[in-house]
Design a protein around this ligand. Structure first.
Ligand code: FES
Ligand code: FES
Length: 159
């Protein structure tokens, strides 16, 4: 049995017929060709596969594509373009918030979620918010600095 699903991904509407067991991560990467969403652990630990579903960060490796039927999804491809990075991407570059880049899509999506929902007054809050995303290159300090820079800009006290 296959199912018909309709989703909006990065502002573009898609209608696809999928197997009920297809994971959202595989749907994004293989059905839609949006390979910016990375797959690491495949069981909800590393956060590399994080995407926004209706504005909330979600592990796409733990979500069935059919559960996203009707949803608005944002992947890393929807944040900015190489020519016009969004502010968080820009700060990741400025603060050297990435090394191999494997965790970066998930870090960016989680960062966008944190920036939208929380004041992030202290670096400890940023670290807690990122605690579900693992970076094997251990670049956490610079990732926190990138998010801090965006928070400071939003607060109007960037140095
Ligand atoms: S690949 Fe989904 S949490 Fe690791
Ligand atoms: S930059 Fe390499 S895993 Fe995070």
């Amino acid at each position: 049995m296959k199912m018909d699903i309709a989703v909006t991904v990065n502002g573009r509407k898609y209608q696809e017929i999928v197997e009920p067991r297809l994971l959202l991560s595989d749907f994004l990467r293989e059905t839609l060709g949006l390979t910016g969403t990375h797959v690491g652990c495949e069981h909800g630990i590393c956060g590399a596969c994080t995407v926004l579903v209706n504005g909330d960060s979600v592990r796409s490796c733990l979500t069935l594509a059919v559960r996203a039927n009707g949803a608005e999804i944002t992947t890393v491809e929807g944040l900015g373009t190489p020519e016009a990075l969004n502010e968080l991407q820009h700060q990741f570059r400025e603060k050297h918030g990435l090394q191999c880049g494997f965790c970066t899509p998930g870090m960016l999506i989680t960062g966008m979620d944190l920036l939208k929902k929380y004041p992030l007054a202290s670096d400890a809050e940023i670290r807690e918010g990122l605690s579900g995303n693992l970076c094997r290159c251990t670049g956490y300090q610079n990732i926190v600095a990138a998010i801090r820079a965006v928070v400071d800009q939003q607060d109007g006290n960037a140095s």
